[in-house]
Design a protein around this ligand. Structure first.
Ligand code: NOJ
Length: 562
């Protein structure tokens, strides 16, 4: 057992724009976060991951950076940031910054130079290609935010690559000068005392040579296609990460997690096996794709526990000996977990706690997304105008305004999968705008804030909040939660996810009911031993005869002894 801080830690993600506004402009800011540090301390988390706070024109809410070494005006100043870091450290909490280095903003000085002429020294900081003889795009890749992944730039008559919005040009990692500049920037923050880095789409930094078009028999000429096979987990990505590790990461005590859509278990081992000196863990996406249809995330399809369990199980087993898992069920890009995997009506509280139990008792490092700890839910805004996310708006334009698709169908998909579900302001209390701002919030507050808010949660000893607090505290007490060997039970059960964790002479049993009905389980005889409850989301113990029946969304964690 190779102990490490980052294997035992619990991380809490803050999306600064939506956490707490301190100056009435309707946008969350650093001073707002500072005012909530005691709340985080009370919850007990070890690390705060801050979504980007750097200077940005906010085409993609800070994931488009125009100055990597300064703070976004709406969020405050570098001095506020220093104060936030000090405030976290005083409370024994570490700070993980978001590192967005697959692309920058088109307003970054490097890009302004790069686009100015073909022989500018910064030209090769980005990926430029001429069009075809008849003005065709350099290849047929589509952008992840809809439309082509290429934008023609009038100044030089060439196209630049942008896997995300046209205001997020991809950086050219083939250029050693660019890499060096990025390493210097990372050093700037690490020297300031940053403790961790979450690396945005880090498995997209190396593109296949020649940037080939997607070839598929069913693809009509002129049609766009994903192209992920040419830029996810690309040919030089491990070389770059090892270089980054050598040049920067190895010189600091730094916690790292890479965001890696499309990474398999095999890829994850390559990114995270300790002897390879790349990253500590990655965010895999397989379980996030579980309700996507063949046409992608907006083609919402039903998911089943069997499907979800088989993915999570595969990752548990796959990274048991080498590498390390991150554990998450939502973040700023995903719908709220209680609406997606639990029950956001009658069983909201029970199912939020059940999912929390899963996150804290699988093997890996749990990541909590702001508001998850009070069971915040998805939102159903009635009109498109209420939505702000560029991914949603571009998709709607492509599918409905230009594509003639059905408005109601797409609005329903946005309600289920839109990123703004996660970005509605944090619900602090039942006052106007949920205590998030005294002005007009940049994105509307979820109307259920009168019932679901922090003040209410702190006043109720049985709340989702205190359940999270207990789970986090348990992880500090019991190494088995971080390091115990995971073993699946009842692999075919339709509604129950059951497993054991074992470390030295200790064994725990975890039973999770993913349905709104009672479910009876038949456990192997050797587990029918004396059980001591470690945590459970129903207040009363089940009657002895009902010991193997789980109530709706019930979660039970037992210590077994013979
Ligand atoms: C992943 C981030 O989490 C997401 O919010 C962003 O839009 C894209 N990467 C592009 O940076």
């Amino acid at each position: 057992m190779n102990r490490a801080f980052w294997k035992e830690a619990v991380v809490y993600q803050i999306y600064p724009r939506s956490y707490q506004d301190s100056n009435g402009d309707g946008i969350g800011d650093l001073r707002g976060i500072i005012s909530r540090l005691d709340y985080l301390k009370k919850l007990g988390v070890d690390v705060v991951w801050l979504s980007p706070v750097y200077k940005s024109p906010n085409d993609d809410n800070g994931y488009d950076i125009s100055d990597y070494e300064d703070i976004m005006d709406e969020f405050g100043t570098l001095q506020d940031w220093e104060e936030l870091l000090a405030g976290l450290h005083e409370r024994g909490i570490k700070l993980m910054m978001d590192l967005v280095i697959n692309h920058s903003s088109d307003e970054h000085a490097w890009f302004v130079e790069s686009r100015s002429s073909k022989d500018n020294p910064y030209r090769d900081y980005y990926i430029w290609r001429p069009g075809g003889p008849d003005g065709e795009l350099p290849n047929n890749w589509s952008s992840i935010f809809s439309g082509p992944a290429w934008e023609l730039d009038e100044a030089t008559g060439e196209y630049y690559l942008h896997l995300f919005s046209r205001k997020q040009p991809d950086l050219n990692w083939e250029n050693p000068k660019l890499r060096e500049a990025l390493y210097k920037m990372m050093t700037f923050w690490l020297d300031k005392g940053v403790d961790g880095l979450r690396m945005d789409v880090i498995n997209m930094i190396s593109k296949v040579d020649g940037l080939p078009s997607v070839k598929r028999d069913d693809l009509e000429p002129g049609r766009l296609a994903g192209g992920g096979e040419y830029y996810m987990n690309g040919p030089r990505v491990h070389e770059y990460l090892q270089e980054m590790n050598r040049e920067v990461l190895s010189k600091y005590e730094v916690m790292t997690v890479g965001e890696t859509p499309g990474a398999s278990v095999g890829d994850a081992i390559l990114y995270t096996a300790e002897d390879r000196k790349e990253l500590q863990m990655v965010f895999q996406f397989e379980h996030m794709d579980i309700d996507a249809g063949p046409g992608g995330k907006w083609e919402v399809t039903p998911w089943s526990l069997k499907g979800l369990r088989s993915i999570l199980h595969k990752w548990q087993v796959g990274l048991a000996e080498q590498g390390w898992n991150s554990l998450y069920l939502n973040n700023h890009d995903q719908p709220r977990m209680v609406s997606r995997f639990g029950h956001d009506g009658e069983y909201r509280v029970q199912s939020a706690k059940m999912l929390a139990t899963l996150l804290h008792t699988l093997k890996g490092t749990p990541y909590i997304y702001q508001g998850e700890e009070i069971g915040m839910t998805n939102v159903k805004f009635p009109v498109l105008e209420d939505y702000k996310d560029i991914e949603i708006l571009n998709m709607y334009r492509e599918k409905v305004t230009e594509g003639g698709g059905d408005h109601d169908t797409i609005l329903k998909a946005i309600h289920a999968k839109g990123r703004d579900n996660a970005r509605t302001p944090m619900q602090w209390d039942d006052s106007a705008n949920a205590g998030f701002t005294e002005g007009t919030p940049w994105l509307k507050v979820n109307p259920n804030y009168k019932d679901i808010n922090v003040e209410q949660a702190l006043a109720d000893p049985d709340s989702v909040f205190y359940y999270y607090q207990k789970l986090i505290a348990l992880r500090k007490e019991h190494l088995i939660m971080s390091y115990g060997k995971y073993e699946l039970l009842l692999p075919d059960h339709e509604y129950i996810y059951a497993y054991t964790r074992a470390l030295d002479n200790e064994k725990w049993l975890v039973l999770l009911n993913f349905s709104d009905a009672r479910q009876t389980v038949q456990l192997p005889d050797e587990l029918a031993s004396v059980r001591e409850t470690i945590i459970s989301n129903y207040r009363d113990e089940p009657a002895a005869v009902e010991r193997d029946t789980l109530r709706p969304y019930e979660a039970r964690v037992y210590r077994l002894s013979n």
